[in-house]
Write a protein that binds this ligand. Structure first.
Ligand SMILES: [Zn+2]
Length: 410
């Protein structure tokens, strides 16, 4: 078993060790006799850093990047590296932990203990799991309901506890003794000896993770999104520098939004609401104008269209009207006149065709559209009275309309 130095000191960022095993498959990895690297477990993610041989860490030939650290089943800690190079069993190495990453993990994980304790103390809501991601963390609470007020109260109490700067103590106790300590949740492990994290006066848990020495080192805790899960409620949070970075990102996003409205950041929701209302009104007005325009244009087109065989044939390609407008126009044309056939095309933005006939005329617009689409490589169809299709390019639209018009006149 690897001697886990982080069990006793979470602030140990460098250490000396000896290589015990070197493996190449499935990935290059080293096992040491002792390590300060934390392997992923208990919701906390692994440390990264370097393993160095010799006295000169700036010499890249003797420095290995540790990209991931994992727990093996036999109690060993596996350090994944890009290549094992000249490392052999017996090689003396110096380990360097990425301290900024470790500090962040300590703030998140210790923040979780404090937050879980706050939910217990205030509402007796137990935490069933903890998850740490790259940008935020979350706990799952076993509860059917969770209100905004509860979230705010838990956040307030957690920050009070941080501010009170309680000592965080690590000790190892026998299983029987642990049972008398009033642990926040029963330990998962079957081990005879348990590692206890005691946030004095706040929380006692069995945990193998890395924690701060005083709650003040957590800095602060910020609760974020809450969402219903299958078994309860999930509460996202960020602690310490991560909370500051998140607040900074929020402020930047809000400031950008406020600049768009030339408004104060706190007025952004109201301004956005107003803008959406205006957009809805404008959309309605536009629809109405389009209807009116289509009606007027349809009347003018019918007046100009020649009558052949008792039918009015309207054939037209529009350069700058979209398909929804030419559809509207086709509807108007075939309703205004009892004997109209409309063959319309829109060249942009999406080349499209609309065929329509007044109710009771003998042609089949759907079949004509299918046939045209097959020729032009597009997709579309419709009913006997009205059909619509889209084609990949505008070339050939006019020729296709002319060809169909010639057939309908005959
Ligand atoms: Zn812990």
């Amino acid at each position: 078993m690897t001697d886990r130095l982080y069990y006793h000191d979470s602030f140990l960022y460098d250490f000396d060790a000896e290589v015990r095993e070197v493996t190449e498959t499935p990935r290059p990895a080293l096992i040491l006799d002792r390590t300060a690297f934390y392997p992923t477990s208990g919701g906390q993610v692994f440390d990264t850093g370097w393993l160095v041989v010799g006295e000169n860490p700036s010499d890249s030939s003797v420095k290995l990047r540790v990209s991931e650290v994992a727990d093996a089943d036999d109690g060993k800690v596996v350090h994944y590296v890009e290549a094992t190079k000249d490392f052999k069993p017996g090689t003396r190495v110096h380990g360097l932990i990425d301290a900024a990453r470790r500090r962040d993990h300590m703030q998140q994980h210790s923040g979780q203990h404090v937050l879980s304790a706050a939910f217990i103390r205030l509402f007796n809501l137990p935490t069933v799991s903890f998850h740490m991601a790259d940008d935020y963390c979350s706990i799952d609470l076993d509860t059917p309901t969770l209100t905004k007020e509860q979230v705010e109260q838990a956040e307030r109490l957690a920050n009070d506890i941080i501010l009170e700067n309680h000592p965080v103590e690590i000790r190892f106790v026998a299983r029987e003794e642990a049972a008398t300590l009033g642990l926040r949740k029963p330990p998962k492990t079957e081990r005879d000896e348990l590692r206890i994290i005691d946030i004095r006066g706040v929380d006692i848990s069995a945990c193998g993770g890395t924690h701060v020495n005083q709650t003040g080192q957590i800095g602060c805790i910020l609760l974020r999104k809450t969402e219903r899960t299958r078994q309860g409620w999930r509460v996202e949070f960020v602690a310490g520098q991560r909370a500051v970075a998140t607040a900074r990102r929020d402020f930047t996003a809000l400031t950008d939004a406020a600049a768009l409205f030339s408004a104060h950041i706190y007025d952004v929701p109201q301004q956005a609401h107003k803008a959406l209302d205006e957009m809805r009104t404008l959309r309605k007005q536009r629809e109405q104008s389009q209807e009116e325009l289509a009606a007027a244009q349809a009347a003018a087109m019918l007046a100009e269209a020649p009558e052949a065989g008792g039918r009015k044939l309207v054939v037209r390609t529009f350069a700058d009207r979209d398909v929804s407008f030419i559809k509207l126009l086709a509807q108007r044309l075939t309703r205004l006149a009892p004997n109209a056939v409309a063959l319309l095309a829109s060249a942009s933005p999406q080349p499209s065709l609309v065929f329509a006939q007044s109710l009771g005329l003998p042609f089949d617009m759907g079949a004509l559209m299918k046939e045209t689409m097959a020729k032009l490589g597009g997709r579309g169809g419709g009913s006997k009275e009205m059909a619509q299709g889209g084609v990949p390019g505008g070339d050939g639209l006019e020729a296709a309309l002319k060809e169909i018009a010639a057939r309908l006149v005959v």
